[in-house]
Design a protein around this ligand. Sequence first.
Ligand code: XBP
Ligand code: MG
Length: 227
Amino acid sequence: MTLAALIFDVDGTLAETEEVHRRAFNEAFAEAGLPWHWSVEDYRILLRTTGGKERIAAFQSGLPAPPLDPGGIARLHRAKTARYAAIVAAGGLALRPGVAELLERAKARGLRLAIATTTSEANVEALAQAVWGRPAAALFDAIAAGDMVARKKPAPDVWHLALDRLGLPAAACLAFEDSRNGLVSARAAGLRVVVTPSRYTEGEDFAGADWIGPDLSAFPLERFAAG
Ligand code: XBP
Ligand code: MG
């Protein structure tokens, strides 16, 4: 089937955002008076749980006396999202190599663009404003985010939502991911998957990917567009 759209994960794929998420979590913990600090090594393990609220819940379930109920987790996560927006707005984040060029090449070929991310729409907007100075909707035809679906990655829900919003079958689209959880979720939705491992996902098992590279600068769009 002719390629009609590219669907992108955000965290780790468009930009190396996970360090900003980690910093935002730690700042939110300090602000809330919690004696928690997630190191790079802690966070590598914690990332196995997708979604910030789910990650906090998984972390505190390992503590002798988890202090937060679901409402407390939601409040803490709102504070983390506010910290994330502030850090991103302060600048310093860039798109990963090849991303901007690939989006341009895809647009020039008449391909549509979409997002399928575990993070929130607010965080997608924060990144879009920081790296493009425009709202995400100015670049992407459809946005599917974690809080819009019942189950986060590795479930396929967010990809199904992106496909619904594009009005396209999986066979006409290509997914871009950086993690094993993301690869598994996109494949479960029937998509072909391109993987560019990121700082936190290097060394994961990417068996089943249709193309793997260190970044998107050498991605052969023409080969995939030719079918
Ligand atoms: C990324 C995530 C996200 C971010 C935090 O997964 O798991 O949870 O770490 O985002 P993926 P929120 O790149 O596979 O979509 O705190 O906003 O949930
Ligand atoms: Mg990712």
